[in-house]
Design a protein around this ligand. Structure first.
Ligand SMILES: [Zn+2]
Length: 372
């Protein structure tokens, strides 16, 4: 296997939001600069994105919605304005083309990993995607990039089972809605709860019809921190991924659960993201699944960039030499695990994890033992 495939284009910085909006082009500039500082940029294999076609978008989104977005994009261009198409969700003159390129970047990534050019890929794009519904923009998202990539892999690359893991601090409501009744796409979302978006993401939302049991929500209280996330991963996510045995694992990689993020309060450290990334690489290796990570949120540009580099470093090392050769986090970045000071309730986290496990055990044999 060769090194991690990295899909990126400076065009992704041309989707503009108003001044002081958290979802800004600076996010990608910071990631680019951190990649160069880490020298990872010399190791990864860069791939150019292409725009998703109308048919590829329509495998997920309603045609009327796609047309509406194109119309609004043209309007933004004609007026040279940043139009608010939904609450806090904007389009500027190049947003429509950039959103199609972001969706197409995900397609390039799944093609790269499924055509055996690499085990893993990471897609650094804007606008993000996981809140976008079939027929509605939402939460800074226009097209659901990860969903479009998943459908493309199934329709064109022979993939049967996809597992999407979403560790953005916000619930991936768009992705949940798109695949809610579909057992061929298992969706797992870690998120702060209660939080935005409201009234969605509780663990009893576990799928519908044939998809019952394939929608896994892990709603965690504010301040859960690294330890709680890792516990939830080990108790719920690893057994489910091993039992589901997907062909392709897609990561909705949001970094707004970071302790220094201005939007979330989940208190994950950069080292915590490193640990989660290592668990992800491990389970992909154990199931022999290909892996594609898609950037979602993350609004402290410094910790976003460091955390993305941490994930990419783990995936690249997993590809190139085997994970055992990944250096400990601190030696790569000179970083330390920062003491987390926020009030926490580990007992509530433990109770929540065991409640979720119990609830899901009616669908998943691997959750029926007493190991948690
Ligand atoms: Zn988010």
């Amino acid at each position: 296997m060769s090194n991690l495939v990295f899909v990126y284009d400076p065009q992704f910085q041309k989707h503009l939001t108003p001044e002081s909006h958290p979802e800004s082009p600076n996010r990608l500039a910071a990631i680019e600069s951190a990649l160069h500082r880490s020298e990872l940029i010399k190791q990864v294999r860069r791939a150019e994105p292409r725009a998703a076609t109308g048919d590829e978008l329509a495998a997920v989104h309603n045609p009327a919605y796609i047309e509406d977005l194109e119309r609004k994009g043209n309007l933004a261009r004609d007026q040279n304005a940043r139009l608010e198409v939904e609450s806090e969700t904007f389009m500027s003159s190049e947003s429509y083309d950039t959103a199609k390129l972001a969706a197409g970047a995900g397609i390039v990534a799944v093609e790269s990993v499924l055509q055996a050019r690499s085990q893993s890929a990471f897609v650094a794009v804007r606008p993000p995607g996981h809140h976008a519904l079939k027929d509605k923009a939402m939460g800074f998202c226009l097209f659901n990039n990860v969903a479009i990539g998943a459908r493309y892999a199934q329709k064109h690359l022979g993939v049967k089972k996809v597992l999407i893991i979403d560790w953005d601090v916000h619930h991936g409501n768009g992705t949940q809605a798109i695949f809610y009744d579909d057992p061929s796409v298992c969706f797992v979302s870690f998120h702060q709860y209660p939080f935005w978006p409201p009234n969605v993401g509780w663990y009893t939302e576990d799928g519908a019809d044939e998809g019952k049991g394939y929608n896994i929500n892990i709603p965690l209280p504010a301040g859960t921190g690294d330890e709680g996330y890792v516990k939830a991963w080990d108790a719920i996510v690893t057994p489910i991924i091993l039992e589901y045995n997907p062909d392709l694992i897609m990561l909705s990689a949001g970094y707004d659960a970071h302790q220094f993020d201005p939007l979330g309060q989940q208190q994950i450290s950069t080292a915590g993201y490193y640990l989660l990334s290592s668990r992800l690489a491990d389970v992909a290796e154990r199931t022999n699944a290909r892996l594609a990570g898609f950037l979602e949120g993350g609004y402290n540009t410094k910790t976003l960039a460091e955390s993305v580099v941490a994930t990419m470093h783990v995936l690249n090392a997993a590809d190139a030499q085997g994970r055992k050769d990944v250096k400990p986090f601190g030696s790569i970045y000179g970083g330390e695990v920062v003491e987390q000071t926020m009030d926490r309730n580990p007992q509530l986290v433990d109770e929540r994890i065991s409640t979720i496990r119990k609830h899901l055990s009616k669908y998943w044999k691997s959750l029926r033992n007493s190991s948690s």
